[in-house]
Design a protein around this ligand. Structure first.
Ligand code: PHE
Length: 342
């Protein structure tokens, strides 16, 4: 029996030498260490041996088993190392290959439009100031002369949050108060760009989120003429030097007097077309002289200081300039739309 064990061991080890891949290795383990292996049969038959042989054969059998298991483990390691060496040799990286070109992203059309606006106003001495999109009722309305229940609040359909007194700003005007409170008593010349939200039906013409750019100038001698000149200069730089302007009387609770700023239609040049609804004019901003009470709310004494403010849309003029017929393109992330704005 001991000879048989030695033979089994030698044969198994010899076969193991020949094993070169994982499959053969698994097969080897089943053959030589599995339940049906010759070795296992020997071990199971120990009980039938004469009493004095049992311990000797049993012990020897276990030794063979341990030896084969150890040899198996070692072979696993050897094969792994070989596999690794082969992979390293075959799959080497060719560092001289030219890189794959990465396609460049581009700025969103709204961002491009905003940056153009920043540049135009920067040239006129306006700094960019940003204010929060989540705003208090007090700043969005109250401090702009619209206390709770004031009917003028109807001009802005509002998204309220679950937190009382906190809403998504409906316009960039609350930023006026923030800048004034921060800068008082320094003179101010800033634009405040950013997202605004209105609880409105989404259609080709209106979105419930959109950009506005607010403008604010406060100083000792600011007049309506400064507002007119600033608006005209902006329109001419953004839409062409030949632009003509028109200022219509209007109403906002936070400006007095208030105006709507129109420029002649960039499509028909004023002759009248579908885009300008045959009026020859396009509205580009709401504006006016900062209301004395609003100046006071910002910390400025209205008997000494005056100011103008305006608020204009960003997407609408873009739509006119690029002949975009649906405002929803700006937020639908359709790559075919976005790619047209290199
Ligand atoms: N906030 C106004 C709007 O959203 C626009 C505006 C801004 C009017 C500043 C006057 C002064 O309609």
């Amino acid at each position: 029996m001991l000879d048989r064990l030695r033979e089994l061991q030698e044969q198994a080890l010899r076969e193991l030498e020949q094993v070169t891949d994982k499959q053969a290795l698994d097969q080897w383990r089943v053959t030589h260490l599995g339940k049906k292996s010759a070795l296992n049969q020997v071990l199971r038959s120990v009980g039938q041996l004469p009493k004095e042989e049992r311990p000797i054969v049993g012990q020897r059998g276990n030794e063979v088993k341990l030896a084969l298991e150890a040899a198996y483990e070692q072979r696993v390691q050897v094969l792994k190392a070989q596999e690794m060496a082969r992979a390293l040799a075959e799959e080497s990286v060719d560092v001289t290959l030219p890189g794959r070109p990465v396609s460049l992203g581009r700025l969103h059309p709204s961002t491009q439009a905003l940056r153009e606006i920043y540049a135009i106003f920067a040239a006129m001495g306006f700094q960019v100031y940003t204010a929060p999109e989540v705003e208090t009722d007090e700043l969005n309305f109250g401090l702009l002369n619209m206390p709770p229940h004031h009917p003028a609040r109807d001009m802005w359909d509002t998204f309220y949050t679950t937190r009382p007194g906190v809403l998504l700003r409906t316009h960039t005007s609350p930023g006026q108060i923030r800048v004034m409170r921060e800068r008082c008593p320094e003179p101010i010349r800033v634009i405040l760009p950013g997202k605004c939200y209105r609880y409105e039906q989404i259609t080709a013409r209106s979105e419930h989120q959109f950009y506005q750019v607010e403008g604010l100038a406060v100083g000792r001698h600011i007049t309506l003429t400064d507002l007119k000149g600033t608006m005209a200069e902006y329109a001419r730089r953004a839409f062409g030097a030949e632009r003509k302007m028109r200022f219509r009387g209007s109403y906002f609770p936070f400006t007095e007097p208030s105006v709507e700023v129109d420029m002649d239609c960039i499509i028909c040049g004023g002759a009248g077309c579908r885009v300008c609804k045959y009026t020859g004019w396009l509205e580009i901003a709401g504006a006016g002289m900062v209301h004395p009470q609003v100046l006071r709310n910002g910390g400025y004494d209205p008997s000494v200081y005056s100011g103008f403010a305006f608020g204009m849309g960003v997407e609408r003029p873009m739509m006119l300039k690029h002949n975009i017929d649906d405002i929803r393109y700006f937020y639908s992330n359709d790559i075919r739309f976005l790619q047209q704005f290199g």
